[in-house]
Structure formats: C-alpha cells, structure tokens
Design a binder for this molecule. Structure first.
Ligand code: ZN
Length: 248
C-alpha cells in the first residue's frame, strides 16, 4: 500500500508500507532490513485508522528512512550480502548484480581469475556465486579493494610528504584498520598513522584529506589554527572533505 506524506519541513514522499494483522493491542510501526515500513495492527483496525497513525509519525518515518539509507550505503566489501543492491566505491554509487554460475560455464579469464567484475563505465559490479553459501566473491572483492587502498595510500603519502618536505617529517609507519570513531589516528611518539578502511566508500579527496590531516599532526599535535593553516597550504579546498567526513 502507498501513502503520500509531507513532513514539518514541507518535504513530500510517497511511502509504501505493508500491514501485518496480529494479536496486538496497538498499531506499531517499524522498518525491516530493506528499509520498508511495516505496520502491525489489531485485526479490527481499518485502513483509515492505520493511515492516521502513519501520518502522526511522518517526521519519525522520514528521519528513520534517511538514517537507515546511510547505514546501508557505507558498507565495506566484507559487510556486503546477496540482498544488497548498491555499493559506494570511492564516493561513486555502483549497482550490484549477483549472478549464479555453475563451475562449468564460468569463464574466469574474463574476470582476471576473480569472482567479480567491475564495470566502471556503467557503474556496476557483477558478483559470481555458485550457491548461497559461496562467498568467494566477497573475499575476492575485499582483497582487491584493500590492495587498491594500499596503492592509493602509498601514492598520497609520498605526494604529501613531498609537499610538506620543509617540515622534515619523520618516516612513519602506516596501518589500515576498520576504526569505529575516527577516520585516522596519528601516534606522534610511535610515529605511526592508522587510516580507517571505511574511507574506500568516500571520494578520493576525503582519503587525501585524512592523509594530510594525520601527517600534519606530526607538526602540530592538536587542532589549532596553525594546524589547519598547514593543511590549507597543501589542500586549499580541504573544508569540503572535512565537512563530508564530519571530521575535526
Ligand atoms: Zn586530528
């Protein structure tokens, strides 16, 4: 079923929903794993009454849908599953196709011996699987993606170390990790920089910004005006990336 909703901000959306009649006392709203609105209602409740309750929750519905969308979009390759339909790869949305293959008709030479094929022109990724317990595609893609990230980090660290060469930065150990609450970490004493693996989902400018940001902590171990002045000297438009990542 569908309903046209307008929230407090005047945004309009057609929301589809499903009603499940249950032995419950009240009308309950929730979102399922695919971000669809599901209503559970007592058997005697009519459509009018259900829609009245949905309207009362309009603001909550809009907000929840947005949050769920963001949660689903910024996934790492290893978190992907068969029911995912898109993936953000360096800030670009790719459509995903899961193709069931039997060992006999699968031409691995086509995919460079891997269980996936990226089509950058049409922004899509095909994953090949033999059965629903076969996650070779995920392992392959995860490995591939990490290697690309390593290559990009090598490139940016070389480039930015060179651009900051007047500061005589020490040689630093670089690590990649999935971090929960930071895009990068600079341990000044240990001379070690950790880069968040989740940056593979964001555009490359963000990756460059985090590299510069963490390198600049070797010059200023704080977020002072002077710190940002150094960043600005090598990346004048850094604020855009900073804003996108919501990163101080
Ligand atoms: Zn910082």
């Amino acid at each position: 079923m569908e309903i046209n909703l307008t929230n407090d901000k005047g945004e309009e959306k057609i929301i589809s929903y499903e009603v499940i009649y249950k032995r419950v006392k009240n009308i309950n709203l929730r979102f399922d794993a695919n971000n669809n609105l599901v209503i559970s209602a007592p058997r005697y409740v009519g459509k009018k009454e259900i829609e009245k309750v949905i309207r009362e929750y309009t603001n909550w519905i809009f907000k929840s849908m947005k949050t769920n969308e963001n949660k689903n979009s910024y996934k790492l390759a290893r978190e992907l599953d068969f029911n995912d339909s898109f993936y953000y790869y360096y800030g670009i949305k790719y459509d995903l196709n899961f193709i069931n293959i039997s060992d006999n008709n699968f031409d691995k030479t086509k995919t460079d011996n891997k269980y996936f094929l990226i089509d950058h022109d049409n922004k899509k990724i095909d994953f090949y699987f033999k059965n629903e317990n076969d996650f070779s595609w995920k392992k392959d893609f995860d490995k591939y993606e990490k290697q690309i990230l390593i290559d990009k980090l090598k490139f940016y660290f070389n480039k930015e170390m060179n651009e900051l060469k007047n500061y005589d930065l020490p040689l630093t150990k670089i690590k990649i990790k999935t971090l929960k609450s930071a895009w990068g970490v600079c341990q000044v004493v240990k001379k070690e920089i950790t880069i968040n693996r989740k940056l593979v989902n964001h555009n490359e400018k963000c990756l460059r910004y985090v590299v510069i940001h963490e390198l600049c902590h070797l010059i200023h171990a704080n977020h002072s005006k002077e710190f940002y002045k150094v960043i600005e000297s090598v990346m004048p438009d850094y604020k855009k990336a900073k804003h996108e990542l919501n990163y101080d």
